[in-house]
Structure formats: C-alpha cells, structure tokens
Design a protein around this ligand. Structure first.
Ligand SMILES: *[C@@H]1O[C@H](CO)[C@@H](O)[C@H](O)[C@H]1NC(C)=O
Ligand SMILES: *[C@@H]1O[C@H](CO)[C@@H](O)[C@H](O)[C@H]1NC(C)=O
Ligand SMILES: *[C@@H]1O[C@H](CO)[C@@H](O)[C@H](O)[C@H]1NC(C)=O
Length: 454
C-alpha cells in the first residue's frame, strides 16, 4: 500500500529556532520496496512463483535493491540532519556505540533496510582501525558494520501492531458485529465488487482478505519490468480485470477497512467501549510508552548523569531508531492523532519516516518535542507537531507533558501480555482464528479475516 492523498505537501518546511538545543532524536521508518508476500490468490494464470522473486535474498517479502537504495538515501538525509548540516555534530561522524541504538522487527526486509540506512548515515565517516580494519584489502570501501537489535516476532509489541493479541481479536470481533462495519461490508457496490473479483479469481474475495489480492498485484505492478525479464507479457502480469475503476474501488474498500483496523472507524464506540482508545492502545500503546520512556531516560541523565536514576544506557544516547512497517507508522500516527491530516488515505510509503525530537530551551531549560514526517523518497521531511493531540496549532514545538498525557490515556498500564489476556467488557469468547489487518502483508502475522488462506 502507499499513500495516495498526501497533505504533507502543503505543510511549511522545518525552521530551526536558535534558542533551542536538540538533545535527543528518535526515528521510526517503514522498510523499502519489497516483493509480495505471496502469489495472487486463485490466479493460476499469473505464473509467478516464489522463485521468480530473486532479490534481497530471494523469495516472498524480501527487500529489493530499490528498497535498499531508498534506505541508503534516507540514511543520507538523516546524516545531513543529525551529523553534518542541520545539527552538525549532534551525532558523531564515526559510529559511536553509546550514542546510537537501532532496533528492528525480526523481518529480513526491516533488518536489511536498517543496515542500508545505517550505511547511508555512517559509511565513509568511519575511523580506520577503529570502526573497520585497514589490513584487509578486500574490505568493502567505506563499509562500517553497525549493530541492529531485534526480538522474537511474537513478543514484539513495540515494533509490530499485529503481534498476536487476543484482546485485539476480541475487539475486532465486536467491531465486525457493529452497525458501522456491517453497513460498510454489506454496501451494495462493495458487494458487487467483491462478487466480481471472486468470480474472476475463483476464490472468495471479501473485505477482510481483499488486501491479499491487492498487495501482490501492487508489487507485481511495481516490478513489472523485472518480471518481464522472465518472459511474461503485460497481460500475464497485470490482469485485465484489475484495471482502471476496479483498482480504485479496491483502494476505497481498503481505506475504509483500515479505519476499522486502526480504531478510527467507530467514533461512537462499540458496546460502550471506546474503540478509538482501546485499539490504538494495543497497536501503538507500547511504542508510544517506550519512545516516551526513552525521552525521560535521556532527560534524567541530562539533569545529573551521576544520579542513580540516570541509567547507563541513556547517559550518552543521542539517536534511537526503529525499523518497522507501514502498520507501525500508521498506528503511531493514529495514536498521535495526526494520521487523518498527514496520510488521510492509504498507508505510509516505502521508507516513510517519523522523527520525534526533543529540545531544551536555552534560557528556561524547558523541554519540548517536535515531530517530523518524511513521506517517502520525494520528501525531505516536514514538521507535523501542530497536528498532534494536545499541541498548540500555532506553535512549532510542544511541551513534553503533552506526550505524558498521551501515554496516560493511550498506553497500557500493564505489560502487553497482561493487557492482551484481558478481554474487553462484554466481549464474546476469544476467536479461534487469528485476526487483525495484515501487517504490510506479513505472512507470518495474523490477518483480519476468518477465511485466511495462509
Ligand atoms: C528471512 O530469512 C530467513 C533465512 O535467513 C528465512 O528463513 C526467512 O523465511 C526469511 N523471511 C523473513 C520474513 O524473515
Ligand atoms: C501473453 O501471453 C499469453 C500466454 O502466456 C498469450 O495467451 C497472450 O496472447 C499474450 N498477450 C500478448 C499481448 O502478447
Ligand atoms: C508515495 O508513493 C507514491 C507511489 O506509490 C508516489 O507517487 C509518491 O510520490 C510518494 N510520495 C513521496 C512523498 O515519496
């Protein structure tokens, strides 16, 4: 998926205030361009098998060289911001293990995106015999190895909104019984479209699995030239039934569906439950809590780096990044309350990024934050702070206390395992099949469907 209507273009550029010192920066990005997660369902006439996708290690879901390039270039932009131009020296030119920490979800495409991004940010600036050996003639020019950390997918509530969570499944079951969802899924034109697609593909296409048809077609379209290299023609690659109006109707169905998965599709709640809080709490509550936790970690050390409350990890930390998915960014934009302004339709583009920066006012020592959105390869990043829930629309910065309020409202009070084991009031028993929107097509994740074929 990608954003189709982007209000970011109309936003003013970022302006530096000389009374503010940058003290901490965090980034979160979507991986770059990739292969589809699976074949087009039911479409035997599209002969592509997993073997036809050869890049990024080969097979379904892997990062393409184009995707690597996107991240190398994003790394270059981050280098300009934090190392060379906009905040020169904020992060050291040569990789310093105490200053940066990079986390990724445990997918090859997010890990490789992070490696490529870090080369964009640090390669060529390494110190010989410190960041790399000089007595190895074959050592790749400018290559500085940099660690990227990850955790097991089924525990990763920080990086992945669709990590299995019974409570989320139960909430979705309730949403699906609700009048708003029913009106959408039973809509006459939606039904007609689904019947048409089902007939053409010979599979049951419904609102919950239409993404599994749309996404491989999107990837095939993107890579139509590579795929032509295996001798296929355009009609093999891009089926006649999926052109023009059909494609845009499918996008509409998906946009609407995403509102239900993101928790914004039921403004009046469901069964007395505030879906607009309870879904974001599961999908990005842990992300928000961790990133704001990092901010307080750094601020404690800023006050007194010898204090007991200053944890060693934060003493010199300048930059923390998360390599993740469109769903991760979308859930985070939703929890901040900015998605409808920044990415009103569709999901963040490949290599889109969110920057969360903390500043200290030079005279008052007050701490503020700024949020910037990098919409994709064509963008340099624009501030979106003014749209954040609780921030002042006329100001380019916002007090840290606003983030604390968001944490209080939208983050779990318990650990995620406990939250996920807590059924929402009045919920039917846990469903047996997994639910939740496909993460950016991740085949190992659960999907928001009862008829999943994975
Ligand atoms: C990643 O690579 C490993 C092998 O290194 C492979 O087994 C796995 O299927 C790949 N896919 C994902 C989604 O990580
Ligand atoms: C494309 O290839 C299919 C067979 O794979 C063939 O039936 C069809 O006529 C070809 N179309 C064009 C436009 O060459
Ligand atoms: C986002 O991706 C679409 C194509 O999918 C492209 O047209 C658009 O320019 C991209 N936006 C940015 C900011 O890169």
């Amino acid at each position: 998926r990608s954003v189709r209507k982007a209000n970011w273009a109309a936003l003013p550029a970022d302006v530096q205030d000389e009374n503010l010192d940058l003290i901490f920066a965090q980034a979160m990005w979507r991986h770059g361009d990739r292969a589809p997660e699976h074949a087009v369902p039911g479409c035997d006439k599209f002969q592509f098998s997993e073997d036809d996708w050869t890049f990024g290690g080969g097979g379904y879901g892997e990062l393409s060289p184009e995707g690597m390039k996107m991240h190398f270039n994003l790394g270059r932009k981050l280098r300009e911001r934090y190392i060379t131009k906009i905040f020169p020296g904020f992060v050291s030119k040569a990789y310093n293990a105490k200053e940066i920490y990079i986390r990724s979800t445990d997918f090859n495409r997010t890990l490789i995106s992070a490696y490529a991004n870090l080369q964009g940010m640090f390669s060529g600036n390494g110190e010989a015999d410190k960041n790399y050996p000089t007595d190895v003639p074959e050592w790749p020019t400018n290559y500085v190895p940099i660690p990227v950390h990850t955790v097991a997918l089924n525990t990763d509530f920080f990086g992945r909104p669709d990590t299995k969570c019974a409570r989320q499944d139960q909430l979705y079951d309730m949403i699906k019984q609700n009048v708003e969802y029913q009106a959408y899924s039973n809509d006459h034109q939606v039904s007609q479209l689904l019947k048409y697609l089902s007939d053409e593909t010979g599979t049951e296409v419904n609102v919950d699995n239409i993404y599994e048809l749309e996404n491989p077609l999107f990837c095939e379209k993107t890579h139509i030239e590579d795929l032509n290299g295996i001798g296929a023609n355009i009609s093999d690659l891009y089926p006649w039934f999926y052109t023009g109006e059909v494609e845009s109707m499918v996008e509409w169905v998906l946009d609407k569906h995403e509102q239900f998965t993101d928790g914004t599709g039921n403004p009046n709640g469901v069964n007395g439950i505030d879906i607009s809080v309870e879904i974001p709490k599961i999908r990005a509550g842990e992300t928000l809590k961790s990133l704001v936790g990092n901010i307080h970690g750094v601020l404690k050390c800023k006050e007194d780096e010898n204090a007991y409350s200053c944890r060693k990890f934060y003493r010199k930390l300048r930059y923390y990044a998360l390599s993740a998915h469109d769903t991760t960014l979308s859930a985070f934009l939703t929890i901040l309350g900015v998605k409808k302004y920044v990415v009103p339709e569709g999901y963040p583009n490949y290599s889109a990024a969110i920057l969360l920066e903390v500043y200290q006012e030079k005279t008052t020592n007050e701490k503020y934050f700024k949020v910037l959105y990098h919409a994709g390869v064509d963008d340099t990043g624009k501030p979106i702070t003014a749209f954040v829930r609780g921030c002042d629309i006329t100001s380019s910065i916002c007090p840290i206390a606003v983030l604390d309020d968001l944490v209080a409202k939208y983050s779990p009070d318990t650990d995620m395992a406990t939250l996920c084991a807590t059924p929402p009031d009045g919920a039917p028993p846990a469903s047996t099949t997994a639910t939740a929107k496909p993460v950016d097509g991740a085949s190992t994740t659960t999907t928001f469907t009862s008829t999943t074929t994975k």
